[in-house]
Design a protein around this ligand. Structure first.
Ligand SMILES: Nc1ncnc2c1ncn2[C@@H]1O[C@H](COP(=O)(O)OP(=O)(O)OP(=O)(O)O)[C@@H](O)[C@H]1O
Length: 824
């Protein structure tokens, strides 16, 4: 059954304190019977048992169990062999103290592949009854006495009906009564299997063993068949043999009969009182009562040595509950799925203090979510963060403010049209809905795009424009408007509320928002014929915030279409309904101007004279006088083309619209013009501008994240230190490494689910309100299910790594090494 060939094992090999603990040992052990190892303390008995039981490795030699070699094999294989063949009874029990007696025993059955609950129940109960611990089956193992715990350990070893039972001082921690009970049971078991026993009690060994192997300093010094003694002289401490007592006396007084037995003369004064049939005894403070619950027994006889009938009468018959054709084979107790459920169950069993420690994990999750949402917030550049203009625009430099260059750009293949400047305009949103808010204005800033490029499919609400003063505004523009919060004064906070709303520019008829688009650009769709007037009006507006960023230099506002006295130069078409030509003629060619007839007497304003302001860098020539229906009207009127030329003259850059901006840039280059795609440039400029802030934020968030993760690691590690013994126990009773990983992974997942969900949930709630409070925070933090998910996964992965790392470190050792370490 078991064979050892020249086995050697050393502790502290090649060191000064080297111990040759198994010294060239060869043995052959039979299929059944009790083989006992006897030897002084430290002679190497336990080490030899551990080697045979596959709990420890040897330095050389081979060990075979049931014909299979268990030396020099990987631990999984050794586990399989020992699970199928060996039941181990440890001197220190190695029970799972926080589990019930039943579960401690049942696990051995589950490990050998028995899943049927009824079969498990029946077999476990039978074994618990056999070892006399059935009544305690629902108690936690930790709550039992030493003798009871040893019985549980024996039940666990025998329940899977192993061919070999290894018992290391199974009675070492028991009183003499328990010792006999257990030994009788072991003797009974050895009838059809091998029991390899270690004991230091010679008389027990000689009474029960079939063979005795004596060991000294790791070497077998004798190995003999045991001629079993027919009797065992074994005084039981809990039995008093009355007839062997030296002092025996009998008192009889007034109907009260008292028998006295003592091992020495008695010096006690005892008072007896009887009242109403009740007996009261005063022993002067010291007495023990014997009743049905006490261990002590008074036997009205002489002591006689125990004979072999004691174990022959033992009723244990395991075959009664064995399934037919059962073959023990290792099966995982923890599957990838059930380990999580078991993990939750074990958290529920945590003590209150340990549960409180979980708050640490919640706090770590709170910080981790903060850090992740910040990192994602900065790294995730949204279009809305940087886009100032419609993504179809290409910017072409026009440092000479040349109309010819604008024409050349417009004529390039792929160019749809050209706008002087950056294409951004700012409309005023009057908020005169209420008397109280009549003086309030909002600002609607966007990139002006010709309506012909508005795709009907991109219309989010409202309708396509049909008249010249109808416009469509993109959601992105409205979002920026909402972020300014001015609209909230009149409850203007939703996209659709803009439908039908008027927006204005100085000197122009109001525009009506008829549609809202969703095209991912901050665009305002305007009829192309309106461009010239809008650009002129927008630039004449003193408060106009020009497009910022690197285009700021392109906006040259020094020469607006006004002269020193502030007189405006305007497009004649805009006012012709209210003007009458008094003399001369209306402006027809470039740079022709008409002025109010009140100036007709002034010398410098005679027809044919040139006047300032300059348009497109040229003085204007007076060609006529007008009278106006409007009082105080004093603007200069020129042709629309003159205004358009002046628009070009005021900007050092042009915006060229193209459905394919990248190709347009190439086409422009072919013509010697340098264009940059707005989208790319704006994105780069934004990324550059936030780069420095980003670096510090990233470092800070990284540190916060690291601190939370280190906190998690330390908590997991310290909680694991107290569980090394548990790992040793599980390994020793045969649980494979992968099952132990699963067990701990299940707990870690359960802890993560509970604590990370709570922590992330709390922080999500707080930050969600923070970012909806201000657009600034919104650009810094991304609070979304995605960031929550990323944080959860991050914590989960980290928890698993940090939690399983110490498990892996410990499991590199053999079960015996782990237990030895935790014993210390
Ligand atoms: N992990 C270990 N590292 C170093 N030395 C060890 C280790 N385990 C045991 N020893 C030493 O090896 C020797 C044999 O120990 P072992 O426990 O096998 O003896 P034993 O005969 O079972 O003793 P006991 O009857 O006291 O249990 C002892 O000197 C012990 O101190």
């Amino acid at each position: 059954m078991i064979r050892l060939e020249k086995v050697n094992k050393y502790f502290n090999r090649h060191k000064a304190n080297q111990i040759h603990v198994i010294d060239n040992t060869s043995l052959e052990l039979p299929e059944s019977g009790i083989v006992t190892l006897l030897g002084a303390s430290g002679s190497g008995k336990t080490t030899l048992l551990n080697a045979i039981g596959g709990l420890d490795r040897v330095n050389s030699g081979s060990i075979f169990v049931d014909g299979q070699r268990i030396t020099r094999r990987r631990s999984g294989k050794i586990d399989t062999i020992r699970n199928a063949n060996i039941g181990y009874i440890f001197q220190t029990f190695n029970l799972m103290d926080d589990q019930t007696v039943f579960d401690n025993v049942a696990v051995a059955l589950r490990m050998v592949g028995i899943r049927n609950r009824e079969v498990i129940r029946k077999r476990v109960h039978y074994c618990l009854e056999a070892v006399g611990i059935y009544a305690q089956r629902n108690k936690n193992a930790g709550a039992l006495s030493g003798g009871q715990r040893q019985r549980v350990a024996i039940a666990r070893a025998i329940v899977k009906n192993p061919k070999i039972i290894i018992a290391d001082e199974p009675t070492g921690n028991l009183d003499s009564s328990n010792t006999l009970d257990i030994m009788n049971l072991i003797k009974k078991l050895s009838g059809d299997r091998l029991v390899l026993l270690v004991t230091h009690e010679e008389n027990i060994a000689e009474f029960y063993s079939d063979r005795i192997i004596r060991i000294r300093d790791g070497r077998v010094i004798s190995d003999e068949k045991n001629e079993r003694k027919s009797t065992l002289d074994y005084q039981l401490e809990n039995r008093i043999y009355l007839k062997d007592m030296p002092v025996q006396d009998h008192l009889n007084s007034r109907g009260l009969s008292v028998d006295v037995y003592a091992d020495r003369p008695v010096q006690s004064a005892i008072k007896l009182a009887v009242r109403g049939g009740n007996l009261f005894i005063d022993t002067g403070g010291q007495f023990s009562v014997i009743d049905e619950t006490s261990d002590m027994e008074l036997i009205d006889d002489h002591y006689s040595a125990i004979d072999q009938s004691v174990f022959e009468s033992s009723a244990f018959d395991y075959s009664a509950c064995l399934p037919e054709n059962f073959r023990a084979r290792y099966r995982s107790v923890y599957t990838p799925l059930n380990c999580i459920g078991k993990g939750f169950a074990s958290i529920r069993k945590f003590r209150t203090l340990k549960k409180l420690l979980l708050i640490g994990f919640v706090i770590a999750a709170i910080f981790a979510f903060y850090a992740v949402s910040h990192i994602v917030g900065i790294l995730d550049v949204q279009r809305g963060d940087f886009m100032k203009t419609d993504e179809h625009y290409v910017t072409v430099a026009n440092p000479g403010k040349s109309a010819a260059l604008a024409k050349k750009a417009a004529a390039t293949k792929g160019a749809a049209y050209v706008i002087p400047g950056a294409s951004t305009v700012t409309f005023t949103v009057p908020m005169d809905d209420y008397y109280q808010t009549a003086s309030l204005n909002g600002q609607l800033q966007g990139s002006m795009v010709s309506q012909e490029f508005l795709d009907k499919d991109r219309l989010y609400a409202g309708e396509m424009p049909e008249k010249s003063h109808q416009i469509v505004v993109d959601k992105m523009v409205l979002k920026s408007f909402f972020a300014q919060k001015t609209g909230s004064a009149i409850g203007l906070t939703k996209y659709r509320q803009f439908l039908g709303r008027r927006v204005t520019l100085p000197g122009l008829k109001a525009y009506t928002v008829v549609g809202i688009s969703d095209c991912g650009s901050p665009s305002i769709f305007v009829r192309k014929s309106q461009f010239t007037d809008i650009l002129a009006a927008a630039s004449s507006e003193a408060a106009q915030e020009n497009y910022d960023g690197d285009l700021r230099s392109g906006g040259d506002l020094s020469e607006t279409g006004t002269d020193e006295s502030g007189t405006q130069v305007r497009n004649y078409d805009l006012a012709k309904g209210s003007l009458k030509i008094k003399s001369g003629h209306k402006p027809e060619k470039n740079y022709e101007v008409i002025v109010n007839s009140s100036h007709s007497e002034e010398d410098k304003m005679k027809i044919g004279k040139t006047i300032t302001p300059k348009m497109n860098g040229r003085k204007l020539t007076v060609v006529g006088y007008y009278t106006s229906a409007k009082e105080g009207e004093d603007a200069y009127y020129v042709t629309k083309n003159t205004v358009a030329l002046d628009n070009i003259h005021r900007q050092k850059k042009l915006s060229v619209y193209s459905e394919d901006p990248e190709t347009l840039v190439e086409n422009l280059a072919a013509k010697g013009l340098t264009g940059t795609v707005n989208f790319n440039r704006e994105r780069e400029a934004y990324v550059k501008s936030v780069h420095d802030a980003l670096k510090t934020s990233l470092i800070m968030s990284g540190v916060i994240l690291l601190i939370s993760l280190i906190e998690i690691y330390l908590m997991l590690r310290s909680s694991f230190l107290s569980r090394i013994r548990e790992v040793g126990t599980l390994r020793a009773i045969g649980l494979k490494k992968r099952d132990i990983y699963r067990k701990f992974a299940g707990e870690i997942i359960a802890i993560t689910v509970i604590t990370a969900t709570a922590g992330i949930g709390v922080m999500y709630y707080m930050m969600y309100h923070l970012v909806s409070f201000s657009a600034y925070y919104k650009s810094l933090y991304t609070v979304s299910p995605v960031t929550a998910g990323i944080t959860f996964l991050l914590i989960l992965v980290f928890n698993l790594l940090a939690g399983l790392l110490p498990v892996a470190m410990v499991m590199r050792k053999t079960p015996a090494q782990i237990l030895a370490r935790s014993d210390i």
